[in-house]
Design a protein around this ligand. Structure first.
Ligand SMILES: [Zn+2]
Length: 280
């Protein structure tokens, strides 16, 4: 140790023992400090590079946190907009339904009818024929808007004709027929809707049957009966019968439909007349 301190052995032996002890102690302390300094320098050297990375990472984390906040705000806005859209859609459906309803096609009282709507009691019930055909009267007719329909009858098949499964769902575009009929309360326009549903089990397409009321064309049995009475029993002309139907019942009917009604009535009476002939 004394060599490290630059002291030769002779001089060292002349140094008092107490001082030697003190020198040894201080020498060891200095040596320990040197070792610690080297170790600390090494630690600092190893931490210097990661510190740069940490700074970059901190910067990136801050940027990403900012983006997360922005995305959360956008998500909240989108959720609110979706809720608004859903609510508005529901309101539109409800309003459409309310517009469609009146005292004639729902349980609403007449006093609930809008004063701005069409004066329905005075409307003309006119079914125009398309072209000049005189055959089946219900084919090709222009349908009245739903606001003028008094009642709707849905005709839907209930069970699959192939496998018997219960038929579910709805037909978005059912076939439609409208029938004008005379009632004690006035004229009645009924719309029949024939549903076509696909079986969920066997995929067969099932169509409902048209009701008997729709088989005679666009006019009900009483309209046909009155036409028959006017032209057959009273013997008035088809043109006069046409005018009478409009004046007496507010039913607009073309000459072609008068003729079709006569044929329909005659066809229905064939069997009855033949039976009467046999009896006479
Ligand atoms: Zn089926």
């Amino acid at each position: 140790m004394w060599r490290t301190l630059g002291i030769d052995e002779t001089d060292w032996q002349h140094i008092p023992a107490v001082v030697q002890t003190k020198l040894r102690s201080q020498y060891h302390e200095i040596h320990c400090f040197k070792l610690r300094a080297v170790f600390t320098q090494k630690q600092l050297a190893s931490l210097a590079v990661p510190a740069v990375h940490i700074e970059r990472l901190n910067h990136r984390i801050a940027s990403q946190q900012k983006q997360i906040v922005q995305l959360q705000e956008q998500l909240t806005d989108t959720a609110l907009q979706s809720a608004d859209i859903a609510r508005l859609k529901a309101e539109i459906v409800e309003l459409k339904e309310k517009l469609r309803q009146n005292s004639r096609n729902s349980s609403l009282p007449p006093s609930s009818d809008s004063p701005f709507g069409k004066p329905t009691p005075k409307r003309e019930l006119s079914i125009h024929k398309k072209g000049a055909q005189t055959g089946h009267a219900g084919v090709g007719r222009k349908l009245k808007p739903i606001s003028e329909v008094d009642r709707v009858v849905d005709l839907r098949p209930f069970a699959c004709s192939s496998c018997g499964s219960l038929l579910l769902g709805a037909d978005e575009s059912p076939a439609r027929r409208q029938i004008v009929e005379i009632t004690t309360a006035g004229t009645l326009l009924t719309e029949y809707r024939r549903y076509c549903l696909r079986c969920l089990c066997c995929k067969k397409l099932n169509r409902a049957e048209w009701s008997d009321q729709t088989q005679g064309g666009a006019f009900g049995a009483k309209v046909v009966g009155v036409v028959g009475y006017l032209t057959g029993r009273l013997g008035i002309s088809q043109r006069d019968a046409k005018d009478a139907m409009e004046e007496l019942f507010a039913v607009k009917i073309s000459l072609g439909s008068i003729s079709a009604a006569q044929k329909r009535l005659s066809g229905n009476l064939v069997e009855a007349v033949a039976a009467l002939h046999e009896l006479v």
